[in-house]
Design a protein around this ligand. Structure first.
Ligand code: HEM
Length: 394
């Protein structure tokens, strides 16, 4: 059975995932004690089945997990109805379409600033790093700007977030655990101070909006407010960095695809963004627990049993996608589930799409001749799938 931490598997998980799909139904992983839903229909059902919930189980000592635990149990992502319904309504009211579309000028400005800095390197014949110089700072700056996180302290976000999300891998090491626990404490206390300050001194940012938002007489309490801000700051950039990097590496390996983008960058932006989300999913696995007996793909899931939706596998399902193992930036029909489905469907999908649809063509237009300068360096993790660095010559 699959070993999710095996280096060969992480380097290219798709052949093993294809084999998993060939069973034609969810498969039990004995060592991990979880069903794996690898086909598109089954993974989609895992997200939509009302008898399957995101049940956050508090982490227990070894370490002091108190803050880590409530950062999750009080967040939208890790709660279920009725709490989820209430939190999602409040957050969606503050984080609405107008707010997101209003970010367009900021996204364009940040994109241009980053490209100007890259240009300095290109002019002095240096390579640039697509991750460190573009894909990473872009969503970090945007989500920080949106929430009203102080610019001078943006550098704190990425290390805190990276430490926390390592806990989402299958079997995190003890070192990862202690780093996540410390990061959760620091992050929460920083955001609590910021939120308390904004409550007293309102400003035109999302932290203030979330502190003030009210729906049917309900408000977010301080713990929910902090948990929401931390979730948005983390979710608001982690996957975006990798969606961008994973897609770009494949395009740069495929001259025919690069050619499509080079010759008509704007016409294919929308389909390219969706194909980036499909082809090498930045988030590969999400799990659910049965709250009562149910069934997925003809397999009985008993109350208390866990099942994982394998997004990257679902997005390569050959029964749904034509030439599923090939990137096609002009793909017309693309029902990928990169943003999930059902009640937890990604709240940030419109923002992630807007960011990519501004920043991708800006890069293609500026450097139509760009190429991989060396073999890009993969991160060793499966669930959050991405690259450490991607050296580019232009
Ligand atoms: C390419 C980038 C992104 C990807 C691939 C992605 C993917 C996902 C997925 C798969 C889920 C569902 C998880 C589940 O059902 O268990 C989710 C939920 C969520 N995402 Fe994203 N996301 C991205 C960007 C963003 C951004 C930019 C934000 C915020 C600014 C964001 C905020 C959220 C939130 C708040 C949820 C929880 C929604 C809920 O539980 O109701 N995401 N995302």
């Amino acid at each position: 059975m699959i070993d999710f931490s095996d280096a060969t598997f992480v380097a290219n998980p798709y052949p093993s995932l294809k084999e998993l799909r060939s069973f034609g139904k969810p498969v039990w992983h004995d060592a991990l004690g979880i069903f794996l839903a690898a086909r598109h229909g089954d993974a989609n059902d895992v997200f939509r089945n009302k008898s399957l919930g995101r049940i956050f189980v508090n982490r227990q000592p070894l370490f002091d997990w108190e803050t880590f635990n409530w950062l999750h149990s009080d967040s939208i992502l890790d709660s279920e109805p009725p709490k989820h319904t209430r939190l999602r309504a409040l957050v969606a009211k503050a984080f609405n379409r107008n707010k997101i579309e209003g970010m367009r000028p900021a996204i364009e400005r940040i994109t241009n600033e980053l490209l100007d800095a890259i240009d300095q390197k290109v002019k002095s014949k240096e390579n640039f790093d697509l991750i460190a110089d573009y894909a990473e700072p872009l969503p970090v700056k945007i989500i920080a700007d949106l929430l009203g996180f102080p610019k001078s302290e943006e550098y704190l976000l990425r290390p805190w977030s990276q430490a926390i999300v390592k806990m989402y891998e299958v079997n995190p090491s003890q070192q990862y655990q202690s780093e996540a626990m410390l990061a959760a404490g620091e992050f929460a206390s920083y955001v609590r101070d910021l939120a308390e300050h904004r409550k007293e001194n309102p400003s035109s940012d999302l932290i203030t909006d979330l502190a003030m938002v009210e729906e049917n007489g309900e408000k977010l309490n301080m713990q929910e407010l902090v948990a929401t801000c931390v979730l948005l700051l983390n979710a608001g950039h982690e996957a975006s960095v990798n969606a961008f990097g994973n897609g770009m590496v494949e395009v740069l390996r495929r001259p025919d695809q690069m050619n499509v983008l080079r010759t008509s960058p704007r016409e294919n932006t929308e389909s390219a963004v969706e194909e980036f989300m499909r082809f090498d999913a930045p988030l590969q696995l999400f799990e659910r627990t049965a709250t009562r007996d149910t069934e997925v793909g003809g397999v009985k899931i008993e109350v208390g049993q866990r099942i994982a939706a394998l997004i990257g596998s679902a997005n390569r399902d050959e029964t749904v996608f034509e030439n599923a193992d090939e990137m096609n930036v002009a793909r017309a029909v693309n029902p990928h589930i990169g943003f999930g489905a059902g009640i937890h469907f990604c709240l940030g999908a419109p923002l992630a799409r807007l960011e990519m649809s501004v920043s991708l063509p800006a890069l293609w237009e500026k450097y139509p001749q760009m190429a991989l300068a060396s073999e890009p360096l993969r991160r060793p993790t499966f669930v959050l799938r991405g690259y450490e660095s991607i050296a580019i010559s232009a």
